[in-house]
Design a protein around this ligand. Structure first.
Ligand code: MSP
Length: 484
């Protein structure tokens, strides 16, 4: 059986979930569900990144110990993902004891083979981003990525021989590690410059994993965090690790691709392990045309959205409104338009009309498959496998519209009993397949359609016109029209 290992970044817990973190998680969930539907063995990992100076400072600001602080925030992530119907297989926390022990083992492996050495670090550090910034990257003493002021730090530190792996990393990126290609090009041009060894410990930061060769240091938060992708599989234990590693895809926002496509593969190479198969870089959401930020007060809360619209329309909107790798704009107006225009007008009405008539008519088990090929399934599949999720959804919509048109053109309410029965057979089978295909995006809607058709949950192997073995019974509307 083939496997699929998909991950989200692990999120900083100095903030509660927002539309950005929710987006990464929804994309990962859609892919995880899609691969389960194909009958693959899936491991879907998410979790929280809990160490480092940023979290430490956030805890202090609240008058809590770091541990108390993170323990209080993590449940917000767990419940947010529940409200968005996220089907992760594991939720890892970097403060988990077994994670910490495994990080130490990894460090010792690199230490023993000489890829970590002692030196002195002097330089600029961006506290909110937890990143070191070189003089040339800094813009007027500010962080080039977030624009906030940098701090100068100088301390004894341990370094990872990142430079040693430069050529192999370049090779890997050239072979297609990073999606999309523009992002890969950006990394490749950055890699033409100097690639310095990476400071992987901090003496001044106490809230972190102890650095085993020198316990007066803690492990740099990114080094600790990236390792979650293997510690979650139990590494260095082999069972799960052998089964699922390498990851099929790490889904990450465009701001953290460098860590995943340069530093992380180099770490793995140093340990003699395979790099991930793909790093998918996704674009960012702006809110009503502006950057989302606490200071602008325009942070969108995904939990509130799910409460207001229910999870499925929110999930649908996120993966439909923009392609994964581009930036896009979020607005409730656009969300309502998608719901009214696509889900309500095309899908909800179709279910209502077909099921109502089928319930009255009966005897719809077989017939001539007139809607064969109503969805280009091969195309849908390949779009999904290439992360072109929005276009894959377009294929389903085209199919739904075809069924609508077919149903109207056939005028089933005015036709002979045989023709009526055949039309219904086609429409019911089409709906059964539509329900299968939308289930990765809208699992509850799919459940509701199955219920009204009176069929069990389908999978990809059930695609194709067969005998209709259901028992249609009209239930609630799949969607109701939302006021503008
Ligand atoms: N802790 C690190 C990741 C470590 S992974 C080993 C981290 N955490 S984060 O909480 O700051 O960000 C998580 C993700 O949210 C990133 O992928 C980031 O790109 C994404 N987003 C943050 N704001 C976003 C938008 N406005 N829109 C879309 N995604 C955004 O980085």
């Amino acid at each position: 059986m083939s496997k699929f290992y998909v991950t989200t970044p692990i999120y900083y817990v100095n903030d509660k979930p927002h539309i950005g973190t929710a987006y990464t998680t929804v994309v990962a969930d859609v892919l995880a569900r899609w691969h389960r539907l194909k009958g693959e063995e899936v491991f879907f990992l998410t979790g929280t990144d809990e160490h480092g100076i940023k979290i430490y400072k956030a805890a202090m600001a609240k008058g809590k110990t770091p541990k108390e602080f993170v323990d209080a925030v993590v449940p917000e992530f767990v419940s947010a993902w529940k409200s968005l119907d996220i089907s992760y297989d594991k939720f890892i926390r970097t403060s988990d004891k077994d994670h910490e022990e495994r990080v130490k083992k990894f460090i010792m492996k690199l230490w023993d083979n000489g890829d970590i050495y002692k030196g002195v670090y002097t330089g600029l550090y961006c506290v909110p981003d937890e990143t070191f910034v070189s003089e040339s990257e800094a813009k007027d003493g500010k962080c080039p990525s977030c624009g906030r002021p940098l701090e100068t730090v100088s301390e004894e530190a341990y370094f990872f021989r990142l430079s040693k792996y430069k050529d192999r990393v370049i090779e890997l990126i050239k072979k297609g590690l990073v999606i999309p290609q523009e992002k890969a090009n950006e990394l490749l041009s950055r890699l033409q410059g100097d690639l310095k060894d990476l400071d992987v410990t901090r003496k001044s930061v106490k809230w972190g994993v102890e650095f085993p060769p020198d316990p007066s240091h803690t492990v740099y938060v990114w080094f600790d965090a990236l390792l979650n992708y293997i510690t979650a599989l139990g590494w260095p234990e082999q069972d799960k690790f052998n089964k699922f590693w390498p990851a099929d895809v790490h889904i990450v926002g465009k701001d953290i691709v460098w860590f995943h496509a340069v530093i992380w593969p180099a770490m793995l190479m140093a340990a003699g392990m395979e790099p991930p198969k793909a790093v998918l870089s996704h674009g960012w959401w702006t809110i009503d045309g502006r950057k989302m930020s606490k200071s602008l007060g325009n942070v969108v809360d995904p939990v509130e959205l799910a409460k207001k619209y229910s999870a499925d329309p929110v999930r649908y909107f996120m993966v439909r409104e923009k392609t994964v790798w581009d930036d896009g704009n979020f607005s409730e107006k656009a969300l309502k338009e998608r719901i009214n225009g696509e889900l309500m007008a095309d899908l909800s009405n179709l279910v209502a009309r077909v099921v109502t008539l089928a319930e009255k008519t009966g005897n719809l088990r077989s017939g001539e498959a007139e809607l064969e090929g109503f969805i280009d399934f091969g195309r849908f599949s390949s779009l999904m496998d290439n992360y072109n999720i929005s276009s894959a959804l377009e294929e389903i919509l085209i199919g739904i519209r075809k069924v609508n048109k077919y149903f109207n053109d056939k005028k089933p309410w005015a036709s002979t009993p045989e023709s009526l029965s055949n039309t219904l057979y086609n429409a019911l089978e089409a709906l059964r397949m539509i329900s299968i295909l939308i289930s990765p995006f809208m699992p509850s809607v799919s459940d509701e359609i199955d219920k009204q058709l009176g069929v069990g949950h389908g999978a990809i192997k059930d695609i194709g016109f067969k005998e209709f073995v259901g028992n249609p019974k009209r239930g609630k509307n799949i969607f109701d029209k939302l006021s503008e």
